[in-house]
Design a protein around this ligand. Sequence first.
Ligand SMILES: NC(=O)c1ccc[n+]([C@@H]2O[C@H](COP(=O)([O-])OP(=O)(O)OC[C@H]3O[C@@H](n4cnc5c(N)ncnc54)[C@H](OP(=O)(O)O)[C@@H]3O)[C@@H](O)[C@H]2O)c1
Length: 266
Amino acid sequence: MSSQYFAGKTVWITGASSGIGEALAYRCSATGARLILSARREDELARVKASCAHSDRCTVMPLDLSNQQQIESVADKVLQQFGTVDILVNNGGISQRSTVIETDVNVDRRIMEVDYFSGVILTKKLLPAMTAKGAGHIVVISSIVGLFGFPVRSAYSAAKHALHGFYESLWAEQHTQGIRVTIVCPGRILTDVSLHALTKDGTPHGIMDHGQKNGITADTCARKIMRAVRKNKKEVYIGKIDLLMIYFKRYIPWLYYQLVSKVQPK
Ligand SMILES: NC(=O)c1ccc[n+]([C@@H]2O[C@H](COP(=O)([O-])OP(=O)(O)OC[C@H]3O[C@@H](n4cnc5c(N)ncnc54)[C@H](OP(=O)(O)O)[C@@H]3O)[C@@H](O)[C@H]2O)c1
């Protein structure tokens, strides 16, 4: 049971104000874990906290994942208050809906900051306390497009690919020190991710895409993430038929190239 792995642990979830992070907060809280909930929207975090099974064991710590100073000062507060974090879930992130040619490079940088560097910064802040304790689990929410390229996701796909290189290397360096790493690659999940996705000039896409609408629920995704974490999986894929692209890219690359070239960008 996942509950036994999470019970009594301190779990820090970024992007806990909606979607997958919110669903994870509910499931983790039900196990009796102590939670730290982070995102920008404090009111939404307060709503999630109030709906958690053990809201008295939830602490809201708002932060902007594009702001290094803020991430570091919140991490200092967390370390002061909790000593160490047992499970860090680097979930907060932002997607993209714009082609390479039209996208302002500041949008590429913003996506890289939020989706890649924020997790790197948090990991570096928390790792010393984890290794001192000889235990710590870093859960990284990547995407299936962290494993292959896809139209109108160039910066998003690049940031997610970067996570794999960083966290596989971290695991290789630290697994003998009790550090666990689980990289999660969701396919399409029914959340507001496409509404919040950035367009060419950084404004939100604002549309619920067909793919998301027909995706699996955030709660099912959260359940599968917790199972993978409990089982100490290094990499896990969560989705429906969309997962096939991972295997096409890996084993039948010509088919991947044919299929991806036919995708209607949106
Ligand atoms: N849904 C999918 O189909 C799908 C597929 C593959 C991977 N993923 C990944 O899953 C993760 C969660 O996304 P979701 O689907 O649950 O979408 P979502 O509902 O849009 O949630 C995104 C979360 O990230 C937070 N966030 C965004 N920018 C932030 C910033 N600058 N600072 C702090 N927090 C920020 C948001 O909170 P605030 O707005 O309150 O800051 C929100 O809590 C992301 O990493 C995403 O890339 C999603």
